[in-house]
Design a protein around this ligand. Structure first.
Ligand SMILES: [Zn+2]
Length: 303
């Protein structure tokens, strides 16, 4: 799906709405209150009417589109822009691309991006299997003093776990201590995984427990090693990290710790679907099934 396709196929709100109806209720419209399927369409209000409980509802009611005054055509364009921006797109850039320099508000664009991300967060996360690479990285804070302990303390810890040739998972972690790493392994890696490959950070040793564990010694400039024909490296999880970091530095600039998990969810969602032709439609599908995200909820306890 390209920007031109979206503008051609979804050129009016009615056409966008038709697409959302099919995505939200693939087996026919259902009342969100009583689950009845005896539904009629009220054309004048662009709403459905439930014949059993008399509830009136739109296709976007109770989803991330809830209470939005923006035309659906704008929503669809924004979804495509976020889907196609490999390194992410800042709300400011999105505002400029959609509305231009002097129109639209930053706040509207920012809230719009966050609601799309909220839907991406709802994606399924099946357990990772086979050869799994795991690594930790530090983002945000001051980028000075690379590698030093003090600089790391000012940054946020991100754990990455990736099935080789498959999906990645990103987590905003409290720390990179053994117990924390173990929790992410238990929750995301299949118990009969073949091997977990990490760097030589001591904490991984007890975190992996009984699982087969191989390490690459980055301190000794070792990045790839072959053992009985198996490639021992954490390069594929690191390539996902490098895209994430370029996104943080290049597109979002400074992001607060509070919103970091949302940005991670966006990067993860897009990365795991990078070879899929239905990325745009799949994002919309998540948007009509995810819960609303109010502006109050999004901005409370802002850092
Ligand atoms: Zn009903």
């Amino acid at each position: 799906m390209t920007l031109l396709d979206v503008q051609r196929l979804f050129d009016t709100d009615d056409r966008c709405r038709e697409a959302l109806v099919k995505l939200r209720w693939p087996s026919g419209v259902e009342c969100p209150r009583c689950y009845s399927k005896r539904i009629s369409w009220i054309k004048a209000n662009k709403q459905f009417d439930c014949s059993d409980c008399e509830y009136h509802f739109s296709v976007t009611a109770g989803t991330v589109f809830n209470d939005s005054h923006l035309p659906l055509t704008i929503w669809f364009t924004a979804v495509l822009l976020l889907c196609e921006a490999k390194k992410g797109m800042s709300a400011l850039q999105l505002k400029r691309t959609i509305w231009g320099l002097n129109r639209g508000s930053y706040k509207t664009a920012w809230y719009l991006c966050h609601r799309i991300r909220a839907a991406m967060k709802e994606a399924d996360r099946p357990m990772l299997d086979g050869t799994v690479e795991m690594d930790e990285t530090y983002v945000g804070g001051r980028m000075k003093g690379h590698g030093s302990k003090a600089a790391k303390a000012a940054k946020e810890v991100v754990i990455g776990i990736r099935q080789r040739g498959g999906d990645v998972r990103f987590f905003h972690a409290e720390d990179a201590k053994s117990g924390t790493l173990q929790k992410y392994i238990t929750e995301n890696v299949s118990a009969d995984v073949d091997v977990i490959i990490t760097d030589t950070l001591q904490a991984y040793k007890s975190a992996v427990g009984e699982i087969e564990h191989k390490t690459v010694n980055h301190m000794a400039q070792e990045y790839v090693r072959y053992e009985d024909g198996a490639c021992i490296t954490t390069n594929t999880v690191e390539s996902a990290f490098s895209l994430l970091k370029r996104g943080i530095v290049g597109s979002w600039h400074k992001i607060s710790a509070k919103h970091l998990p949302s940005y991670l969810a966006e990067m993860e969602f897009r990365f795991n679907r990078r070879n899929r032709h239905d990325l745009f439609i799949d994002t919309l599908r998540h948007m009509v099934t995810a819960n609303p995200l109010t502006f109050e909820e999004l901005t409370k306890d802002a850092v």
